[in-house]
Design a protein around this ligand. Structure first.
Ligand code: FES
Length: 163
């Protein structure tokens, strides 16, 4: 792990008292800073609060808000709950897979995009729903989706603008 990254991890962890009840808060800050939880960060968190690594790891894998794998700068989340499914979420999902050459759970090799499916986001009235990082897109059609992908620099042929 690079020195800068180690220092950033340590400075985040040191913001919190060395108590187990702060594990979640520490991991939320780490997730926000790195867009995922690096293995070394989990080890340092466990050491800081004097908890077994297995405790920290099981919390990291339990909560969907955390990821153990690096995510893309733009993380697309396609809702595939019942309402969105009926309104065509699979079409949206397939379109993203095809446009960006990506499968759910994957990140593009340039680290630009990642894709995941989620269950109901609580916005069924505007289904099908797509979320790009924190931005919510309502009633997404394949045409709207292609505009969204372009908006974020995707080129609709499995590459990104920088390639
Ligand atoms: S099923 Fe997608 S928001 Fe509810």
């Amino acid at each position: 792990m690079e020195t800068d990254k180690i220092q950033e991890i340590e400075s985040i962890i040191r913001r919190y008292p060395a108590e187990k009840r702060y594990i979640l808060a520490i991991m939320q800050d780490l997730q926000q800073a790195f867009n995922y939880l690096p293995k070394g960060a989990l080890e340092k968190t466990a050491a800081h609060v004097r908890a077994p690594l297995s405790t920290v790891y099981s919390m990291a894998t339990f909560y969907k808000a955390f990821s153990l794998k690096p995510k893309g700068k733009i993380n697309f989340r396609v809702c595939d709950g019942t309402a969105c499914h009926i309104k065509g979420s699979q079409v949206i999902l397939n379109e993203i897979c095809q446009c960006l050459d990506l499968k759910p759970g994957e990140t593009t090799p340039d680290g630009m995009f990642s894709l995941e499916t989620v269950n109901c986001l609580g916005a069924c009235a505007i289904s099908p729903v797509l979320v790009a990082n924190q931005k919510v897109y309502a009633k997404v059609t394949p045409a709207a989706l292609r505009k969204i992908i372009k908006e974020y620099g995707g080129k609709l042929d499995g590459t990104t603008a920088g390639e």
